[in-house]
Design a protein around this ligand. Structure first.
Ligand SMILES: NC(=O)c1ccc[n+]([C@@H]2O[C@H](COP(=O)([O-])OP(=O)(O)OC[C@H]3O[C@@H](n4cnc5c(N)ncnc54)[C@H](O)[C@@H]3O)[C@@H](O)[C@H]2O)c1
Length: 338
C-alpha cells in the first residue's frame, strides 16, 4: 500500500511510519516539523527506498492534494496535541486540528481514490462519571480548546463522509505512552524529572483518571485496521482503549518507584482550569476484530522509564529554551507557590 502519514516525525506517527515501512508499505511522511517533532524518531527509515519525507503543513491544500493523489491511504496524526498549550494559545489548535483536517478532506474528496484514517481522542467526550465508558456513537462534550478542536475536526469528517459519500475511519485513542514522546507530556515529563531528581508538579488532587495504552498496541491496531478499511461511505469510528485506568497520582508514584526516587518528589500544584476528571473508552468494536492490548501498563511503564534513562541523547534536544519558557509559564508560579 502507498500510505501518506501526516505528523510522522511526532510520537505516534513515527512509530506507525516505521512499522508500515517494515511491513512492506511505501510511506510518505508529511510533517511541518513543529516544536513537538523530532526527526530522529524516523532516522532508522530516513534512507529507506520505500520512505519519503516531505516537510510541509497539512493546511497547505495544494501540497496536500498533490500528495494525496499519489497514495491509497492517508493516516492523519498531524496535530497540535498538548492540552496545556491549548489553554495558552488556542488559535493554532483550530488552524491545525480543524482547518488542517478540512484540507485533507478536500484532497480526499477531490481525488476520491485515497481512504482517510483520522486520529482522534477520548477527550472529545469530556469527563465521564465513574463506571461509564464512552461508546463509539457517544455524544461529544469537549472542555478544552484541544478537545474542542478535535471534536470539531470529527464533525467535519462526519459532514464530508455524509455529504460527499466518503468512507472515512476515525480512531479514538485513550492516552498513549512509550518511547519518543515529547518530554512536555505527563509521563515523559515526570520520568525525565524523576530521573533528574527534581519536583514532579502534579495537578490538583491527582485523582484524575486516565486510560493508558502503550504505543506498540496502537501500532498493532492501526496495522489491523488498515487491512479492513470500510468500503461503505460514512465516518466509521473505532475506539482503541486498553481498559487500564489509573489516577494520575498512582502513575506518578509508579514513576518515582521505577526511577528509584522517593514519592516526596511529587508536589501537588494548582490544578489546570477545566481539567477533566475521568476518561474511559469502550473498545469492544476493535476487540471483536481480534485486537487485544499486548503490553500491560506496569510492564510498559517500566520499559518506558528504562528507555528515557538510556536514551537521553534522543530527547535532550527537546529540553531547549522554548521548552524551558513553556515550562516556566505553565508550572513556574505553581511550583513557586508550593
Ligand atoms: N499522544 C496521545 O496520548 C494521544 C491520545 C489520543 C489521540 N492522540 C492523537 O494522535 C495524534 C498524534 O499524537 P502524538 O502524540 O503523536 O502528537 P505529537 O505532538 O507527538 O506529534 C504531532 C506531529 O504533527 C506535526 N504537525 C503539527 N502540526 C502540523 C501541521 N500543521 N502540518 C503537518 N504536521 C504537523 C508535528 O510536527 C509533530 O511531528 C494526534 O491527532 C493526537 O490528537 C494522541
Amino acid at each position: 500500500m502507498r500510505v501518506l502519514v501526516t505528523g510522522g516525525c511526532g510520537f505516534i506517527g513515527s512509530h506507525v511510519a516505521r512499522a508500515l515501512v517494515a511491513a512492506g508499505h511505501a510511506v510518505t511522511n508529511l510533517d511541518a516539523l513543529t516544536y513537538a517533532s523530532n526527526p530522529a524518531n524516523v532516522a532508522s527509515i530516513a534512507a529507506h527506498p520505500r520512505y519519503r519525507f516531505v516537510e510541509g503543513n497539512i493546511c497547505d491544500s495544494a501540497l496536500v492534494r498533490e500528495l494525496v493523489a499519489d497514495v491509497d491511504v492517508v493516516i492523519n496524526f498531524a496535530a497540535e496535541t498538548h492540552v496545556d498549550r491549548s489553554l495558552l494559545d488556542p488559535g493554532i489548535f483550530v488552524r491545525t486540528d480543524v482547518e488542517g483536517v478540512v484540507s485533507l478532506l478536500e484532497a480526499v474528496r477531490a481525488t476520491r481514490t485515497a481512504r482517510l484514517v483520522h486520529m482522534s481522542t477520548d477527550e472529545v467526550f469530556g469527563s465521564l462519571a465513574p463506571g461509564v465508558e464512552a461508546e463509539e456513537e457517544g455524544q461529544f462534550a469537549p472542555t478544552s480548546p484541544y478537545s474542542a478542536s478535535k471534536a470539531a475536526a470529527e464533525l467535519q469528517v462526519r459532514a464530508y463522509a455524509e455529504t460527499y459519500e466518503l468512507p472515512v475511519t476515525v480512531l479514538r485513542s485513550c492516552n498513549v505512552y512509550g518511547p519518543n514522546q515529547h518530554i512536555e507530556k505527563f509521563i515523559p515529563l515526570f520520568i525525565t524529572r524523576a530521573l533528574a531528581g527534581v519536583p514532579l508538579p502534579l495537578y490538583g488532587d491527582g485523582l484524575q483518571e486516565r486510560e493508558w495504552i502503550h504505543v506498540d498496541d496502537i501500532v498493532a491496531a492501526v496495522g489491523l485496521l488498515l487491512e479492513h478499511l470500510p468500503g461503505a461511505a460514512g465516518a466509521h469510528a473505532i475506539h482503541i482503549g486498553s481498559g487500564e485506568r489509573l489516577p494520575n497520582r498512582v502513575v506518578a508514584e509508579a514513576i518515582c518507584r521505577l526511577a528509584g526516587r522517593d514519592e516526596s518528589l511529587i508536589q501537588r500544584v494548582e490544578d489546570r482550569p477545566g481539567h477533566d476528571r475521568r476518561y474511559a473508552l469502550n473498545s469492544r468494536r476493535l476487540r471483536s476484530r481480534g485486537w487485544r492490548p499486548a503490553v500491560r501498563f506496569e510492564e510498559g511503564l517500566e520499559r518506558t522509564v528504562r528507555w528515557y534513562a538510556g536514551n537521553a541523547d534522543a530527547w535532550a534536544a527537546a529540553e531547549n529554551p522554548e521548552f524551558r519558557e513553556y515550562f516556566a509559564r505553565q508550572y513556574g508560579e505553581r511550583l513557586g507557590a508550593v
